[in-house]
Write a protein that binds this ligand. Structure first.
Ligand code: TYD
Length: 208
């Protein structure tokens, strides 16, 4: 059963170095300035349990873990995230903006790790009680460029080879092409302000 909601749910998705956190911040600022209650959040790790899962999922000390284990841990992080952060925000009528959500699992654990994307979608659909974003913004960037944009050492996923990240990118684009009404794809090589303006316009059009 879908979680009850009165607010508006936005997810930012995309590959490494696409500038999602900057855009989350700019959108939150613009919506707050117009009087909206805004909750910004991220995956993996924006809950007490999630912080521990994040350590396991992204820390190199974890070493090799089975791909299914990885997929289930991301889904577990998401279940906790929805139950304790996203659903309460939407129930209050807030705009909730998340940096990554279900499509990250479908693209990274599905296309990237080459598990069946339909299985990945199913476990996250169950984990979230079928809570899908009202709008998903895909910040699209060639991973050959995005992967050069780090200022911190690469985590377990970032350290995957270019071909992995290319599959991830293609899958984000394929998901967007399947449901164009619920997606906005933006060229992440444009300036932050240009991207922010496109994002703001798309959100404004859909806000209840
Ligand atoms: P992080 O450093 O938090 O953020 P970002 O790369 O978005 O700036 O890294 C999160 C990493 O976790 C990123 O490499 C993608 C990966 N990830 C998955 O593989 N599956 C998922 O379901 C999620 C939410 C993230």
């Amino acid at each position: 059963m879908p979680a009850p909601r009165r607010g508006f749910f936005v997810a930012f998705e995309g590959g490494e170095g696409a500038g999602k956190s900057t855009q989350v911040g700019l959108l939150a600022e613009a919506l707050t300035a117009q009087g909206q209650e805004v909750v910004t959040t991220f995956e993996p790790g924006d809950t007490a349990v999630g912080r521990q899962l994040r350590q396991i999922l992204l820390g190199h000390q974890t070493g090799v873990i089975d791909h299914r284990t990885e997929a289930l841990l991301y889904a577990a992080d998401r279940a906790e995230h929805v139950a304790s952060v996203v659903a309460p925000a939407l129930e209050r009528g807030a705009v909730c903006i998340t940096d990554r959500y279900i499509d990250s699992s479908i693209a990274y654990q599905g296309a990237g790790r080459t598990l069946d994307p339909a299985d990945i979608k199913r476990i996250s659909t169950w984990a979230t009680g079928e809570l899908w974003p009202d709008l998903t913004i895909v910040l699209d960037i060639d991973p050959a460029i995005g992967l050069t944009r780090f200022d911190t050492p690469a985590d377990r996923l970032e350290a995957e080879p270019l071909a992995f990240h290319q599959r991830v990118r293609e899958h984000f684009l394929a998901l967007s092409a399947r449901s164009p009404a619920r997606y906005l794809v933006v060229d992440a090589t444009a300036s932050a302000d240009t991207t922010a303006a496109l994002v703001y316009e798309a959100v404004q059009k859909r806000l209840p």
